[in-house]
Write a protein that binds this ligand. Structure first.
Ligand SMILES: [Co+2]
Length: 440
C-alpha cells in the first residue's frame, strides 16, 4: 500500500507529532499484541515452543488430520502450518550488509540481538510465505474477462485460508489475515483502488494492473505488489519499475539516507522509455508516491522512502521494517485523488472520546475497533461482517479525524502506471527481503 507525499505544511505537522510518536506507537502495539499473541503462536506452531509442547501439538495434529496435505491446493486453501510441520517458515532473501556495516554479519552482539526475535521473525515469514503462495497462484490464474471483484475475493479467500483466520468473529481478523485491502489498480490508477460492492469492472486484455496484497500475522504486515499486463508492449514499463524497486532494495541499509535512495531509484527508472502505438514516452517515477516504514498493526510507520531525488537526510535504522515500492508512469509522474473511495484506516493518533452524534458512526467505529484496529480495511470487509447502510457513519468518522480515507490515486487519464514492492527487515546482522520470491 502506497504512502503519499503530504503537502509541505502537513509534513511539518507530522514531524512534530513524530517526536513522541514512536514510543507511543510501540506501547500501543505491545498492548494489542499481548491479547492475540497466543492465538497467533498457535497458528504458526512457533519454532520456539519447548520440545514437549511441540511433540504434543504434532500428535494432536496427526490424530485430527488423516492424510495431512503436503502440497498447496489450487486455489490455495491448505493452512500453511500444515505444509510446515516443523513450524519453521522459509526465510526471505538474506542480503549481507556492506561497507561500514560489513562487520554486522559476524558481530556476536548483533547476531545475538537477532536470536532474541525468533517468534517475531517466524510470524513475519509465515505471512511472507502466505503472500508468495497466494500471489503466485494469482499470477497464473488472473485472466482478461474476470471481474475485479472475483479477483479480489479469490486472493483474499486464499490469504484467509492459509493463515487459518476467516476474520468473521470479533477480533479474528486482527490475529492474522489481510494486512490491508487488496489493491487492483488499472492503467492510470496507481494505487488504493479496490472494488466496492456492485463493482462491475472486467479486466481487459489491454489493461496494466497493479496487484497490491497485504498479509499480516500478529500485526506483522507483509506489503508487496506486482504488475500484470497481457500485452508484451508494456514490457519496458514493467521492467523499469521492477528494476527501480530492486535498486531501492539494494541501496537500503542501516544509516543510509532516505534521500539518496530516492535519487538512485529515479535514475534507474528514468533510464527506460517505452513505445506505445508509435509514440515514445519517457518513464517517470511518480514523485508524490513513496515507500514507507511499517510498524506492528500500522501500515505507514512514519518514515517515507522517496522515489525521486530529494534532500531528505533521515537515516534508516536498525530494526526497522520498510516497504520499498516504486511506481513508474507514462503520464505526468504525479498522482491526485480521484474516484470512489474503498480504502480506510483508523488513525493511530485518533482523538479519544470524540462525541459522536450519529448512531451509525458509533456502530461503525465499534466494528472497526473490534475487527481492524488500525489495520487498513475496505468497504467489502465491513460488508462481509454483515453490516449495511454504514456509509454515512463511516464518512462521519472521516470528517471527525478518527478514520483516514485513502481514495484512489491516479495519474493522467490515458497513461499507464506500474508498481513493484517488497517488504524488507533491517535486522541487526543482515537485511532480509522477506517477501522475495522467484517471481519478483
Ligand atoms: Co506499501
Amino acid at each position: 500500500m502506497a504512502a503519499q507525499t503530504p503537502p509541505t505544511a502537513e509534513l511539518e505537522k507530522l514531524s512534530v507529532a513524530g517526536s513522541n510518536g514512536p514510543a507511543k506507537a510501540a506501547a500501543a502495539a505491545g498492548d494489542e499484541s499481548s491479547g492475540s499473541e497466543d492465538e497467533a503462536d498457535d497458528a504458526v506452531n512457533a519454532g520456539a515452543a519447548t520440545g514437549a509442547a511441540k511433540k504434543k501439538k504434532k500428535n494432536k495434529k496427526k490424530k485430527k488430520k488423516k492424510g495431512t496435505p503436503t502440497k498447496q491446493s489450487d486455489p490455495p486453501r491448505v493452512l500453511l502450518s500444515n505444509l510446515y510441520p516443523s513450524g519453521v517458515y522459509p526465510k526471505g532473501e538474506e542480503v549481507p550488509y556492506v561497507n561500514d556495516n560489513a562487520y554486522r554479519t559476524t558481530d556476536e552482539e548483533k547476531r545475538h540481538l537477532d536470536s532474541n526475535k525468533e517468534d517475531y521473525l517466524n510470524n513475519y515469514r509465515y505471512a511472507a510465505e502466505t503472500h508468495r503462495q497466494v500471489r503466485q497462484w494469482a499470477q497464473k490464474n488472473i485472466k482478461p474477462g474476470q471481474s475485479l471483484t472475483e479477483i479480489a475475493n479469490g486472493i483474499e479467500d486464499s490469504v484467509r485460508a492459509l493463515v487459518g483466520h476467516q476474520g468473521l468473529e470479533e477480533g479474528d481478523a486482527m490475529v492474522a489475515g489481510m494486512g490491508f485491502p487488496t489493491g487492483l489498480n488499472l492503467d492510470h490508477i496507481a494505487a488504493h483502488y479496490s472494488p466496492n460492492a456492485g463493482n462491475k469492472t472486467i479486466l481487459q486484455e489491454s489493461n496494466v494492473m497493479k496487484v497490491d496484497i497485504g498479509v499480516h500475522m500478529g500485526g506483522y504486515i507483509v506489503d508487496s505488489a506486482f504488475t500484470i499486463a497481457f500485452d508484451p508492449k508494456y514490457d519496458n514499463l514493467l521492467e523499469a519499475v521492477r528494476e527501480a524497486t530492486n535498486t531501492g532494495i539494494r541501496e537500503a541499509g542501516i544509516d543510509v539516507r532516505l534521500g539518496e535512495i530516492g535519487e538512485l531509484i529515479q535514475e534507474t527508472m528514468e533510464s527506460y522509455e517505452i513505445e506505445l502505438d508509435g509514440t515514445t514516452y519517457p518513464i517517470k517515477a511518480i514523485r508524490n508516491l513513496n515507500g514507507h516504514t511499517i510498524d506492528q498493526y500500522k501500515i505507514h510507520g512514519g518514515k517515507s522512502v522517496p522515489i525521486v531525488k530529494s534532500n531528505d537526510m533521515t537515516k534508516m535504522e536498525e530494526g526497522e521494517v520498510y516497504a520499498i515500492e516504486t511506481f513508474g508512469s507514462t503520464g505526468n509522474g504525479y498522482v491526485r485523488d480521484e474516484g470512489e473511495c474503498s480504502h480506510y484506516a483508523k488513525r493511530a493518533d485518533a482523538p479519544a472520546n470524540v462525541p459522536l452524534r450519529l448512531t451509525s458512526a458509533k456502530t461503525v467505529l465499534s466494528v472497526i475497533n473490534k475487527n481492524f484496529g488500525t489495520l487498513p480495511f475496505c468497504r467489502r470487509y465491513i460488508d462481509r461482517l454483515g453490516h449495511d447502510k454504514y456509509l454515512l457513519g463511516l464518512n462521519n468518522l472521516v470528517a471527525s479525524n478518527i478514520v483516514e480515507a485513502y481514495p484512489p490515486l491516479v495519474d493522467k487519464k490515458g497513461s499507464y502506471t506500474a508498481q513493484y514492492e517488497h517488504t524488507i527487515l533491517l535486522r541487526p546482522n543482515v537485511k532480509e527481503v522477506i517477501s522475495r520470491g522467484d517471481d519478483y
